[in-house]
Design a protein. Structure first.
Length: 383
């Protein structure tokens, strides 16, 4: 299907659906500063993700007060990581201007960089704030799916993250899309020309932003439902890596604005997605068999006394109540090592069967295992 040339850079069309949109990138201006729709949409996705995650923290056994610090640092790390990741693979475009490196209002954020940055700084903060990393990751990736599903519509407004030509029902085109196709296929230094992408300006293109948005929101619904039935900490995180990695491996191959490894035609995100997807599947299979052999080794953190205690401490603190005697007499609390993932459960929920003393009302048995009372009754019967 051939489409007309569009000269209005703000016009977006879905020809087969009969939809036409006119969207200016700038939503409004405040004190001479243009506020972009891209930033508003990204922020909206972020806020909705935080609202959902904090409403579900208790399900994962996490104290919201401690998690707040992790979330704030993680968001900062995500923004920094997303920008640095993008700039690193397009260094030739940014190396001459520090101002352009930090200017994100027009786009230029890479999701994988954001994920890496958020997890890295978030994990460091988890260690400082004594928050268990795996359950925190489980709830965080549900927020990722919300943020990614909504945030992709910022690409729609900017007319970016589109794919190669298609004749599908959802095919799209637009003034900015057509202009970019002309610039990058007609000149030798254009990205599309340099990587051998043949994209016709008079044909529709894949709305890759839409594919990913729908996939992420569907993944959120599925993983959120399954999170109530998860078998071990970190399972939702691994399922997220599989779910998102599978989609990105496919959709990245359709896109025209991919980041590439050096001068090769290997797409960074496609290679990384394939590795992440396969690795997460392998890890889940290994854990499945290990859990079958030793299910007690995979106790959910939300079911431990440590989790209950920290949540209760936080609740009492908010209510202005003293923290003492939260879960019984805990004179030995200082011995608990929250940083040692392997020994936490043993320190908190010990096996006290061997240490139990007999009640005063119980009469100890003889060394031969026969109770003295039973011997007395037997003697009376003999008489």
């Amino acid at each position: 299907m051939t489409v007309d040339r569009i000269y209005d850079q703000n016009e977006i069309r879905f020809p087969k659906l009969g939809w036409v949109f006119h969207i200016d990138r700038t939503a409004f201006t405040v004190f001479g500063v243009d506020i972009q729709w891209y930033g508003i949409i990204i922020t909206t996705g972020l806020l909705l993700a935080m609202i959902y995650c904090f409403s579900k923290m208790k399900r994962f056994g996490i104290d919201t007060d401690r998690a707040l610090d992790v979330a704030i640092v993680g968001i900062i790390g995500g923004l920094i990581g997303a920008r640095l990741y993008y700039v690193a693979f397009r260094w030739d475009e940014y190396k001459g201007s520090l101002k352009e490196i930090i200017n994100t209002r027009g786009g230029g954020l890479a999701i994988y960089g954001g994920i890496i940055g958020a997890i890295a700084l978030g994990y460091i903060t988890c260690r400082f704030r004594k928050v268990r990393a795996l359950p925190m990751l489980d709830v965080t990736v549900l927020g990722f799916l919300i943020g990614q599903g909504i945030g992709r519509w910022g690409n729609f407004v900017n007319q970016e993250a589109f794919g190669t030509n298609t004749n599908s029902f959802f095919g799209m085109t637009g003034g900015t899309i057509q202009n970019r196709i002309l610039n990058e296929t007609s000149f030798l230094d254009g990205d599309m020309h340099a990587h051998g992408l043949e994209v016709a300006v008079d044909k529709m293109v894949h709305p890759c932003f839409l594919y990913e948005s729908v996939w992420c929101l569907l993944g959120f619904v599925i993983l959120s439902w399954y999170s109530k039935r998860r078998k071990y900490d970190g399972q939702i995180f691994l399922m997220y890596l599989t779910w998102y990695g599978a989609e990105r491996t496919f959709v990245e191959g359709l896109r025209t604005d991919s980041l590439y490894i050096g001068s090769s035609n290997l797409r960074v995100s496609q290679v990384l997605s394939a590795i992440v997807c396969i690795a997460s599947i392998v890890i889940q299979v290994i854990i499945f068999f290990r859990r079958r052999r030793d299910p007690e080794a995979f106790v959910l953190y939300a079911n431990t006394e440590e989790s209950h205690k920290l949540i209760e401490e936080s609740r009492r603190k908010r209510m202005g109540m003293p923290p003492e005697d939260i879960m019984g007499d805990d004179d030995d609390d200082d011995d608990i090592n929250y940083d040692d993932d392997d020994d936490d459960y043993d320190n908190i929920i010990g096996d006290d069967d061997e240490d139990e003393e007999p009640d005063d009302d119980e009469v100890p048995a003889d060394e031969d295992g026969v109770d003295d009372n039973e011997n007395d009754e037997a003697d009376k019967e003999d008489e």
